[in-house]
Design a protein around this ligand. Structure first.
Ligand SMILES: NC(=O)c1ccc[n+]([C@@H]2O[C@H](COP(=O)([O-])OP(=O)(O)OC[C@H]3O[C@@H](n4cnc5c(N)ncnc54)[C@H](O)[C@@H]3O)[C@@H](O)[C@H]2O)c1
Length: 261
């Protein structure tokens, strides 16, 4: 348990909680007193549940594919069934699958990128909205990216641009219902090796070089000359999820060491 208890008795859904930034969000939200619903399509989310239970946190898991509306609705339904309401939704699922020049992407790859990095946020917002309108209260935080201005991942960049657009438009449309919607434009983030890889095929020499180009370009565009940590992203995401940001909505906050995205 943490000294800070910003989420005490709040029902919080965190998507993509099995690893990386999502796991970091989930551990801290639980430590700050939430009743938490961790949604992921990987069974590794159960390992995070064990960590949370060990420290006395309260959470459940839902195994769902959030690239579908049905998956998103199942997560919201489970939250309401178990905890009676949803206060906060943190949409973290996403991530570039391939890094290469746009002309090297196939039609199928472009569709997969959009399904990975736009639809889970779109579906989860759609699925939670009736509950938040009913309560006349709710907070949504979307995890976007500074890659809206970055090389070698145009389909991902376009998806995150879509996340930014839906953040602003949804905030405008539902401020009257007491619902706040904000996003963090996450910068390059140091993380341990992924248990759930984004891409299971071995990289070609060209793909390794394109990925290195992305790393170099990401660092070049920061003022601070480095990647951020998971905790630095979690800090900003949880500020937006908490009542500390009560007069903020429709805002995209860049957390990229000076890179505005
Ligand atoms: N890591 C970075 O450097 C970085 C930079 C900018 C933005 N971001 C954004 O931050 C977020 C998290 O990034 P990360 O690197 O921690 O991600 P990650 O790829 O390490 O983990 C993503 C998690 O989401 C789950 N997931 C993926 N698709 C799913 C689906 N359809 N349904 C349910 N669960 C699904 C995976 O199982 C995994 O647990 C993403 O939105 C990403 O675009 C990350």
């Amino acid at each position: 348990m943490s000294d800070r208890q910003r989420f005490k008795n709040k029902v919080v859904i965190v998507t993509g909680a099995a690893q990386g930034i999502g796991r970091g969000i989930a551990l801290q939200v639980a430590a700050e007193g939430a009743h938490m619903v961790m949604a992921d399509r990987s069974e590794y989310v159960e390992d995070v549940l064990v960590e949370i239970n060990k420290t006395g946190g309260d959470a459940i898991t839902v195994n769902a594919d959030l690239e579908t509306l049905a998956g998103a609705q199942a997560v919201v339904a489970k939250a309401i069934e178990h905890y009676n309401r949803v206060d906060i939704l943190i949409n973290n699922v996403g991530g570039a699958i391939w890094m290469k020049p746009f002309q090297a992407f196939s039609e199928e790859e472009i569709i997969k990128e959009v399904h990975r990095s736009l639809f889970p946020t779109l579906w989860c917002c759609r699925a939670v909205l009736p509950e938040m309108i009913k309560n006349q209260k709710g907070t949504i935080v979307n995890v976007s990216s500074i890659a809206t201005c970055g090389i070698h991942r145009v389909p991902y960049s376009a998806s995150k641009g879509g996340v930014n657009g839906l953040t602003t438009a949804l905030a405008f449309e539902h401020a009257k219902d007491g619902i706040r919607v904000n996003a963090v434009a996450t910068g390059g983030t140091e993380a341990p090796p992924r248990k759930v890889p984004r891409n299971t095929t071995a990289l070609t020499e060209n793909e390794k070089q394109w990925m290195q180009d992305v790393v170099d370009q990401t660092i070049d565009r920061t003022f601070m000359g480095r990647y951020g940590s998971i905790q630095e992203q979690v800090n900003a995401i949880l500020f937006l999820a908490s009542d500390e940001s009560s007069y903020m909505t429709g805002t995209i906050v860049p957390v990229g060491g000076g890179d505005q995205g």
